[in-house]
Ligand binder design. Sequence first.
Ligand code: PHE
Length: 456
Amino acid sequence: MTRAREHWGSRLGFIFAAAGSAIGLGSLWKFPYVTGQFGGGAFVLIYLLSTLFICVPLFCAELLMGRASQRSTVGAFSQLARHNQNWKGVGWLAIASTVIVFSYYAVVAGWTLNYVLLSLTQFTKGKSPDEIQGVFAILLKSGSINVLWQAAFLLITAGVVIGGVRKGIEHWSKILMPVLLILLVGLFCYGITLSGFGEATRFVLWPDFSRLTPSGILSALGLSFFTSSLGFGIILTYGSYLKPAESIPKTAIIVLLFTLAISLIAALMIFPIIFTFHLPPSGGPGLLFKTLPVLFEQLPATLLISTAFFLLLVFTALTSTVSLLENLVANCMELFNWSRRKSVWWTTCLVFVVGLPSALAGSGALFPSWVEMYGEDFFGTISNTWDRWFLPITGLLTSLFVGWKIDAKIRKEQILAGSHWRWFFYPWLFLVRWLVPLCILIFLLQAAGILNIESA
Ligand code: PHE
């Protein structure tokens, strides 16, 4: 028996849901610190170009696969590949990426919940900067606390996804995204009042190419992939809920411009604080959880600012984890004919179990010799390996699949349906066939050490 497929109730609902998936810890946590590490404006420019010329075409490709097949990841590859069922493997690779990335993403998302509670209990009060920063190390070492927050975050995500496409994801995205925007704009306005705002704007928006390194270019490419949620089949699944009257190019551009704007606002919110307090802009991954609470303590209204900031992170992480879970659920419902409820609980349990080594990574409770063996803890190993390799590989295969393999008529029909932009088709096809795969290939060869444009 086949179930009638749910569809988004409105275009705005879809845009909020897709932008909710894309805007996450990648934009708010990773983008600012990586921008800091790679020298600011020029890196931002490359990130922008990569989002527009690589991610937009791929985003359209995933959307069109979902809408044309009316299936989720695995089913879409299987149906559109026609005779060559090997392509289904790309769908399974995307599912594996979803499980793995979700498993550690839920741990970081759990930290954001933990910091909301810490903010409410005013954990910075009467502590020296070293003691405040030390709280993060205590958290990392405490396996059971990590597991508690990881489980809590997964349960909240399951609670949203169980409601289905319209009543769950669309409904909550429409509530959470505006709240997120209000919080972000509020904190951004606060940043404007700080003395370091001018310097921050120059740092983020003025491209100084002398600071740009080839590895910076590659990182910008990788980050744009991650923040656009590409390579997981998530956008594909969301595309399968898209009505035929919606224009794929238009929605792709709106969603990704929205994501770009949020990443920029996030950087323009964080850097004024960094410059006002004379901290190095290259503070690294600890920037958010370690450095910012030290600064919050020096500001007026610590309780309010700190709680608002970490709540903002919770909301952005939630709209992303919702999309990760929906991708798994939609595939289970389709492949095994399970109910939504059953799919939600089984996949949530799976992700919880797979995430346990990441949650326990800092405590050494599991695999105590991991660091000695692989140079970084389990969490670091898995997140770095997966992001660098499997997302771009899936993206590369998807672009080749859509550019060369699928039925040309379906491809054209889907890009033109509901769209007034007839001119868009050929430039898009060129990008999907040539530019996107070539750029990703260079990225992979550089990461593999086969190509070294750094010393070229
Ligand atoms: N795009 C999200 C972010 O920037 C990460 C993510 C990847 C979310 C894949 C869902 C799926 O944080």
